[in-house]
Design a protein around this ligand. Structure first.
Ligand SMILES: [Zn+2]
Length: 75
């Protein structure tokens, strides 16, 4: 399985079946070229974890851009 997880609040956004993994990687690679911050991580269970941002965090990020800039500095 490929699981999508929010990199800010760790919320699991969704899972997609392994069969469409190649398609997903292609999609992510093309998204990377456009400057997306998403990245892929392989967990010890052999699951692919795609880090992205959930709707809720995206909304608060738009509302409080300064807060998320500070959080990036602290990491
Ligand atoms: Zn989130």
């Amino acid at each position: 399985m490929v699981s999508y997880r929010c990199k800010h609040c760790r919320l699991e956004i969704g899972e997609i079946p392994f069969s469409s993994i190649e398609e997903t990687i292609r999609e992510l690679q093309s998204a990377d070229k456009t400057g997306s911050e998403r990245f892929i991580n392989v967990t010890d269970r052999g699951t692919l974890e795609v880090h992205c941002i959930c709707e809720q965090c995206e909304r608060s990020m738009n509302a409080y851009p300064d807060y998320y800039t500070i959080e990036k500095w602290l990491q």
